[in-house]
Design a binder for this molecule. Structure first.
Ligand code: PMP
Ligand code: GLN
Length: 394
């Protein structure tokens, strides 16, 4: 049979996260690649999911999500950001942020419409844009003063007559950048002037460090009415396997996304929705402690990677660190990551796979620090084996 996969999806093989996790399992390496915590979310929230199953929350929940979760999301937005979203009509529960992003792009973009993304970009963005038959317009984040940022002139130049939306991820995976108010103002001004919809991926909203504040784009003037704000319980409450996310947006945008979402999955797991509602209401103290613990893990991994010879960029958010591999004598991150299990017994993510212009990211490798301290320490000890190898191996 000739290639059965539709043409627009052919550039997408298996995701880098699945590939690298498989490599870690097969080689018995420490997995600092795929970003998932190796500890559980808050105990009482887990209990709440068990209770929900035992007490019969086992049939289809309503399409927009259980009222308890929509209400909890609405309260959370108000309390943290001063944003008022009506739980009835302005909140939609999704199967993680991934479905929220894909359903939003499918709902709002016609074939041929352009979607602006900052590269390196989270891998599902390009696939969602391709599924819609839309066109991605990358704007490259470059390192300036120790953090990845963009040139506002380059961003403005990327907007054309077919531009429909901009996908904004802050805190940003894979770079760890948290956009400043000035950066967000530049994005917002462009959205207002050129009538763009903003799709914001805020899954790391509570994972910022060094007193850096996460500012939702929807809080800027004129932005609430043109923003689809997306988040998820996976990172905030350490339950990436529950795949429970949501969007908040004005009613017409929510209706559009729901029209698509209902035929992708209709709805998502009832027990998780009830437990996450509890988590958002009762466990934000746990989230604060988790954030502090992650900050210490960031510092631990950064110090270790520096001692092992990497140039390390300090992330202001997420649970990823970017490293420059050139001081170790390597130049190609993909090549290094494929050999890292054999060279050091560690798995990491080559940043270049998140670019339309891979050469711009070829010397960066991403390591995750959402792991137990002894796992981080063990990985760092192993990575010391790299020193002296760069340039010598073929
Ligand atoms: N966006 C970003 C930036 C991510 O890192 C991830 C992975 N956690 C997702 C979206 C997907 O989130 P979820 O697991 O809730 O679908
Ligand atoms: N968001 C996670 C990461 O960036 C991976 C999610 C996935 O495996 N699709 O590592």
């Amino acid at each position: 049979m000739s290639e059965p996969l539709v043409e627009r999806m052919r550039e997408f093989g298996t995701t880098v996260f699945a590939t690298m996790t498989k490599l870690a399992v097969e080689t018995g390496s420490i997995n600092l690649g795929q970003g998932f915590p190796d500890t559980d979310g808050p105990e009482r929230m887990l209990e709440r999911a068990v209770e929900a199953i035992r007490s019969g929350a086992n049939q289809y929940p309503p399409g927009p999500g259980v009222p308890e979760l929509r209400q909890a999301v609405s309260e959370h937005r108000k309390e943290w950001y001063g944003l008022a979203y009506d739980a009835d009509g302005e909140v939609l529960v999704t199967v993680g942020a991934t479905e929220a992003i894909t359903a939003t792009v499918l709902a709002l973009c016609e074939p041929g419409d352009e979607v602006i993304v900052f590269e390196p970009y989270y891998d599902s963005y390009s696939a969602a844009i391709a599924l819609a038959g839309a066109v991605r317009k990358p704007v490259t984040l470059r390192v300036d003063d120790g953090r990845f940022t963009f040139d506002p002139a380059e961003l403005a130049a990327a907007v054309g007559p077919r531009s429909r939306a901009i996908l904004v991820n802050s805190p940003h995976n894979p770079t760890g950048t948290v956009f400043t108010r000035a950066e967000l103002e530049a994005i917002a001004a462009l959205c207002r002037e050129r009538d763009l919809i903003a799709i914001t991926d805020e899954v790391y909203e509570h994972l910022t460090f060094d007193d850096v504040e996460h500012i939702p784009l929807a809080t800027l003037p004129g932005m609430r009415e043109r923003t689809v704000m997306i988040s998820s319980a996976g990172k905030t409450l350490s339950v990436t396997g529950w795949k429970t996310g949501w969007i908040c947006a004005p009613p017409s945008l929510v209706r559009a996304v729901q029209t698509v979402k209902q035929f992708l999955t209709f709805t998502s797991g009832a027990p998780w929705q009830l437990a996450v509602a509890y988590g958002l209401r009762e466990e934000m103290g746990w989230v604060a402690a988790q954030r502090a613990a992650l900050e210490a893990k960031r510092d631990r991994l950064m110090a270790g990677l520096e001692a092992a010879g990497f140039d390390v960029l300090r992330p202001a958010g997420t649970y990823f660190v970017q490293t420059d591999i050139r001081p170790l004598g390597f130049s190609d991150g993909l090549d290094l990551c494929l050999r890292l299990p054999e060279l050091a017994g560690v798995v990491a993510i080559p940043t270049q796979v998140f670019y339309d212009h891979p050469a711009r990211g070829s010397h960066f490798v991403r390591f995750a620090f959402c792991k137990k301290d002894d796992v981080i320490d063990d990985a760092v000890t192993r990575l010391h084996r790299l020193s002296g190898l760069g340039g010598k191996i073929t």
